[in-house]
Design a binder for this molecule. Structure first.
Ligand SMILES: [Zn+2]
Length: 314
């Protein structure tokens, strides 16, 4: 049995997977703020799930954690997890010292990509980009069943591709990044008229024929479509799976996005040949993809360690 833990800004969600990768048990709790709270959330999740399975935490075959921020998977270190109040933390080593079991750490979007791939692979998807539309915008890329991180771990960080050089300032120091035009933070900036600019409220206002909301929604969807196009034109993945907070709008978002992609393709035989509307999907609803992916990260890194161990060593 493998454990995967998704540590989010407010909630921690953990799962136990059986040997076939099916979810056996789940646990949810509050994350808290700061390094100690993050470590406590992870340790509590594993301890509670072990008790429920009537075994010691050391009996889990692997433990993996998905967490926002810059993650060094080799060192198990997380940095700049601003929403969690973590500047730098040797998360893997600290949790391992508390549980007595190796712990793998991965960026949360990459973990979600692996989890979504695990759920979609039986449908024939072989390569996939997971487009996370949360407060920020980023993608995780899975090629042939494995995450593609790149040598510096920035593969898929398309939120900081500049699409409008004269656009708004981005916290990264550039102007007009995709993230400033198609994300939760973009929504808040583009729709300052709303006291609570959620994607659900935005589309409710569109349905009520609010002209400002309609313009904002068109702009956001147009730039999500640009992100989908960018991913397919860069890595030509079978599918782009949309997840994150904005995807909670469900089929409405998918319909709007597909319609936008169709309209763009109507002007371009080249785009039409890419069949983008059929390649874009929603992340499996109600499935804890990041926690499932974190469990698989743990499994994969354990396998890698075994495979790389010099002959003769246990
Ligand atoms: Zn940026």
């Amino acid at each position: 049995m493998r454990v995967g833990i998704d540590i989010g800004g407010t909630k921690t969600h953990a799962v136990v997977l059986d040997e076939r990768g099916a979810v056996l048990d789940q646990w949810r709790g509050a994350t808290g703020f700061g390094a100690d709270a993050v470590v406590t959330a992870a340790v509590t999740a594993v301890t509670v799930l072990a008790e429920r399975q009537h075994l010691l935490p050391t009996r889990f075959s692997s433990i993996g954690i998905g967490i926002p921020g810059t993650v060094d998977g080799h060192l198990g270190r997380v940095a700049h997890a601003v929403n969690l109040g973590v500047e730098s933390l040797d998360l893997g080593a600290v949790v391992q010292s508390r549980l007595g079991r190796p712990v793998s750490v991965e960026n949360d979007v990459n973990a979600a990509a692996l989890g979504a791939y695990h759920l979609l692979a039986p449908t024939g998807v072989r390569s996939m980009a997971y487009l996370n539309l949360g407060t920020g915008l980023a993608a995780g890329i899975v090629l042939g069943g494995a995450l593609w991180r790149g040598p510096r771990g920035v593969a898929g960080e398309i939120g900081h591709v500049v699409v409008d050089p004269r656009g708004p300032e981005c916290p990264c120091g550039q102007r007009g990044c995709l993230e400033t035009l198609a994300s939760g933070s973009a929504l808040a900036r583009l729709w300052p008229q709303s006291p609570d600019p959620t994607v659900h409220r935005l589309f409710a206002a569109v349905d009520a024929r609010d002209p400002v909301a309609t313009t904002v929604a068109e702009r956001v969807v147009e730039n999500i479509a640009a992100a989908v196009r960018l991913l397919v034109l860069t890595v030509d993945v079978d599918a782009v799976v949309v997840g994150g907070g904005l995807s909670s709008l469900g089929d409405r978002l998918l319909d709007e996005l597909r319609e936008r992609l169709r309209r763009d393709a109507a002007r371009s035989p080249f785009l039409a040949s890419l069949e983008l509307p059929t390649r874009v999907l929603l992340s499996p609803r109600d499935a804890p993809v990041a926690a499932i992916g974190a469990a698989l990260v743990g499994q994969r890194s354990r396998d890698a360690v075994v495979a790389e161990a010099p002959a003769g060593l246990p």
